[in-house]
Design a binder for this molecule. Structure first.
Ligand SMILES: [Fe+2]
Length: 294
């Protein structure tokens, strides 16, 4: 499990993110406003595209970009948040407003450890392959994440965002006659982490393999290898077998903040059995001045 920091500062959190890829900050008296002010110290928060299409609700004060986690009660497989979009966050910040009595653990898996634990032949295959993820976004989604419904402005924003990932990842896109944004994100299965460039298996392959339920827009996703072939079940299941051994469940307490470095640590959840569970999410990018000071 990742170390739990009681009443920690943002410096403590950033150091934990740098060293471990995750930080758990415990303070049972923490309010949602304090969650916002704490994360504002080092993250620029972005809107969540799936709020616009009803897969999530907004929460907190207007403009704070807080959302509920994906609706429904089913388990969610491990994933890298928005891994197939230029807007993928550096940091996933989760806040526990009401802890579940049982079940509903958020799951986390360190992609650095996972890459190292993969069978050698599979690791070599993945290190030389690319995950190709085509995702078609209706205007209701792309206008939210790019802050504009004008294609030329969104295109400019995409270019700016993708500069962060070049040349490792690429994003090819076009706007259709129906004003959808048809984009294809290509990134290696194993990519360097944000903080120290260590290779990590952090992507959304397992999520794609398992995605199901009414609150996941699965029809919009098309996922292949670099040659267009579908990824075999054998490959996915071998990765999952390794990942399961390294996955830990977050035993939530009210007021907890969990911060995850999205380039390194994947997250998911176990099935929800206590409807009182209320976990909120805020996504964003590190502020440049904060990462240079750690
Ligand atoms: Fe997520």
């Amino acid at each position: 499990m990742f170390p739990i920091i009681t009443h920690g500062s943002s410096e403590d959190a950033l150091k934990a993110l740098r060293d471990n890829g995750a930080a758990i900050l415990r303070d049972p008296d923490r309010t949602i406003d304090e969650f916002v002010s704490f994360t504002d110290e080092f993250v620029d928060a972005d809107p969540y595209h799936s709020v616009a299409t009803g897969e999530r609700d907004t929460a907190g004060a207007e403009g704070t970009n807080i959302a509920t986690v994906n609706k429904g009660v089913g388990a969610m497989a491990l994933h890298r948040e928005s891994s197939f979009l230029p807007t993928q966050p550096d940091v996933v910040a989760l806040f526990c407003e009401r802890a579940p009595g049982r079940g509903g653990e958020t799951t986390v898996c360190d992609g650095v450890k996972l890459r190292a634990a993969l069978p050698e032949e599979l690791r070599t295959f993945l290190e030389h392959e690319v995950l190709v993820w085509r995702f078609v976004m209706p205007v209701e989604r792309w206008s939210v994440i790019y802050g504009t419904d004008r294609p030329e402005q969104a295109a400019q924003r995409i270019k700016e965002l993708m500069d962060r990932f070049a040349p490792t990842a690429t994003y090819d896109f076009a706007f259709t006659d129906d004003n959808e944004l048809d984009g294809t994100y290509r990134a290696p299965f194993v990519s360097p982490t944000f903080w120290n460039g260590v290779p990590a298996f952090s992507n959304s392959l397992l999520y794609w393999y398992h995605n199901q339920g009414p609150f996941i827009a699965k029809r919009l996703h098309h996922v292949t290898l670099s040659n267009g072939d579908r990824i075999s079940a054998d490959v996915v299941e071998a990765i999952e077998e390794c990942a399961e051994k390294l996955t830990v469940g977050m035993d939530w307490q009210r007021g907890d903040i969990v911060l995850l470095d999205n380039s390194r640590v994947m997250h998911g959840r176990r099935a929800i059995v206590d409807s009182q569970r209320r976990i909120l999410v805020r996504l964003g990018r590190y502020r440049p001045e904060t990462t240079s000071s750690v």
